[in-house]
Design a protein around this ligand. Structure first.
Ligand SMILES: CC(C)(COP(=O)(O)OP(=O)(O)OC[C@H]1O[C@@H](n2cnc3c(N)ncnc32)[C@H](O)[C@@H]1OP(=O)(O)O)[C@@H](O)C(=O)NCCC(=O)NCCS
Length: 156
């Protein structure tokens, strides 16, 4: 698929909400921080994110359709990235292309990322973008209702 990044706008939020309201996606991502059915909370969170000057939030356009989002924000140790795609777009190289695109836009390094250790898709995307594992932690995963292992990755 042809993948392009562009700024997220308020008009994207209904589709991004529909894409995140997916139990399988929440199970994969595991370390979610909100009730996936809370539309107002989702829209409010994005509204705050889009106001932050140091956040790179990009909508992922795949063959002309909104496939999901990729985000880069300042964290304690450097920058951190994450991504989320609608299920219809999984398994077609879209997240890998989108994260590579975002990393080309953002010069600063290091960049960190975290993934549930059993989220094979997310782990592979990070590895294919050059991230290397730097640690593992066990902490509470909201979407699993249990403590699970998370792998920490670093680029640069
Ligand atoms: C994780 C996610 C972003 C992967 O996106 P994607 O576009 O399907 O990933 P890609 O197509 O770029 O795949 C990259 C690699 O991961 C592999 N992969 C993708 N999904 C996989 C899965 N569910 N299980 C095992 N491998 C998987 C692909 O085979 C590919 O590896 P390969 O080139 O060695 O064959 C997507 O599934 C998603 O949005 N999931 C829900 C939210 C989430 O987990 N976000 C990440 C939070 S940390």
């Amino acid at each position: 698929m042809k993948v392009n990044l562009r700024p997220v706008t308020a008009a994207d939020l209904p589709t991004l909400f529909d894409q995140q309201i997916d139990p399988e996606a929440h199970h994969m991502a595991a370390f979610t921080h909100r009730d996936m059915h809370d539309r107002a909370g989702f829209v409010g969170w994005w509204g705050r994110v889009l106001e932050l000057p140091d956040v790179h939030a990009r909508a992922i356009d795949a063959d002309g359709a909104l496939a999901g989002s990729v985000l880069c924000w300042p964290s304690d140790e450097g920058l951190e990235v994450s991504d989320w795609l609608g299920r219809a777009f999984w398994g077609r190289g879209v997240a890998t292309a989108a994260l590579k695109g975002l990393l080309a836009e953002v010069d600063a390094r290091p960049v960190f990322a975290r993934a549930a250790s059993d989220n094979r898709g997310s782990v592979r995307v990070l590895e294919k973008c050059g991230f290397v594992e730097v640690g593992r932690e066990v902490s509470h995963a909201e979407a699993r209702g249990a403590a699970i292992e998370e792998t920490i990755f670093r680029l640069g």
